[in-house]
Design a protein around this ligand. Structure first.
Ligand code: IPM
Ligand code: MG
Length: 365
């Protein structure tokens, strides 16, 4: 069998994106040497950085490279510099959403795992979060994020009205359901589907399809929860969850909540996959313009996203395990960026954290 070099496209983006991505790339380069990975890296612009250079948050050259590669590592997009843009299609976020929908990356995995070393970093009591290991499966290319019609219109009386459409068809629901059930089969065999079926018809259908698909997965226990209750349960007793599946907007909101259970959103990686496991990997956090350029951002979510990339898109499980272990080792040594800092620990910068993970990875047997 002959190997084909896997192409990885690196999209640093805006704000803290370039700082955290460069640390993650260092880790990837070391993994490449150590585990003899046959990968080639390329770069492109997305978001505000791409708008400044090409007049579009998702220029055709970036989209072409994105189509041609096997996996994408993305930092973050957006910032106040572009918030005032009149044309909403030119906003940095449109670059990210365009990649997600253009590549049909419909399945978004956001694992919220509490590293035992960080039990004190969470704002929740250690006993509530210790041992936490949940997986949020978020539908990523449909729902209210993409539904049409959408816009802001002026009514006859001169008043303006904003509107969006929350829509899911059966095919979209069924394919995310299957992915979620399969994930649950590989884990604790519990799947909780989150909806607002007491109010919204679209989620009445969502619930119906979840039930229908569950018949193919008799070993997985399916439950349903309304999103308001789910938000409460996530902070009340998060360990009741194993795999959670939900739509695009609810998933966006609930994954930020889940992130805080782990101590910091700076720890949460994500994978967004198409039906062939081609994927885009990015931290769940945003571009944090308030701290950009200061060298204090936490690169671990992006480094852990590299591990997810190796595991899901490149099938390099040993290298993925080694990176996750290196992150854990660095936490064991007491190194903390500001967002996960607590008394008695050693506060480090973005690059010090990246270099510590590189060193731990190099040392690993
Ligand atoms: C996320 C982010 C994005 C989203 C933004 C930046 C468009 O919040 O990945 O969770 O809403 O999906
Ligand atoms: Mg979000």
């Amino acid at each position: 069998m002959f190997n084909v070099t896997k192409k990885i496209l690196v999209l640093p983006g805006d704000g803290i994106g370039p700082e955290i991505v460069s640390e993650a790339v260092k880790v990837l380069e070391v993994a490449k040497q150590k585990f003899k990975l046959d990968v080639a890296l390329d770069n492109a612009l997305v978001g505000g950085a791409a708008f400044d250079e090409f007049g579009s948050p998702l220029p055709e050259v970036t989209m072409e490279k994105a189509r041609a590669c096997d996996a994408i590592l993305l930092g973050a997009v957006g910032g106040p510099k572009w918030d005032a843009l009149e044309d909403r299609e030119m906003r940095p976020e449109k670059g990210l959403l365009g990649l997600r929908s253009g590549l049909e990356l419909f399945a978004n995995f956001r694992p919220a795992i509490l590293y035992p070393q960080l039990a004190d970093a969470s704002t929740l009591k250690p006993e509530v979060v210790s041992g936490l290991d949940i997986l949020i499966v978020r539908e990523l290319t449909g729902g209210i994020y993409f539904g049409k019609p959408r816009g802001i219109r002026t009514l006859e009386n001169g008043e303006r009205e904003g509107y969006n459409t929350y829509v899911y068809n059966e095919t979209e629901i069924r394919r995310i359901a299957k992915v979620a059930f399969e994930s649950a089969q590989k884990r604790g065999k519990k799947l909780c589907s989150i909806d607002k079926a007491n109010v919204l018809e679209v989620t009445v259908l969502w619930r119906e399809i979840m039930e229908e698909v569950s018949k193919d997965y008799p070993d997985v226990e399916l439950s349903h929860m309304y999103v308001d209750n789910a938000a409460m349960q996530l902070v009340r007793a998060p360990k009741q969850f194993d795999v959670v599946v939900t739509g695009n907007m609810f998933g966006d909101i609930l994954s930020d909540t889940a992130a805080m259970l782990t101590g910091s959103i700076g720890m949460l990686p994500s994978a967004s996959l198409d039906t062939n496991n081609k994927g885009m990997y990015e931290p769940c956090h945003g571009s944090a313009p308030d701290i950009a350029g200061q060298g204090i951002a936490n690169p671990l979510a992006t480094i852990l996203s590299v591990a997810m990339m190796l595991r899901y898109s490149l099938n390099e499980v040993v290298a993925a395990d080694a990176i996750e272990k290196a992150v854990s080792d660095v936490l064991d040594k007491g190194l903390r960026t500001g967002d996960i800092f607590s008394d008695g620990m050693t506060k480090v910068s973005t690059s010090q954290m990246g270099e510590a993970v590189v060193a731990a990875l190099q040392e690993a047997s």
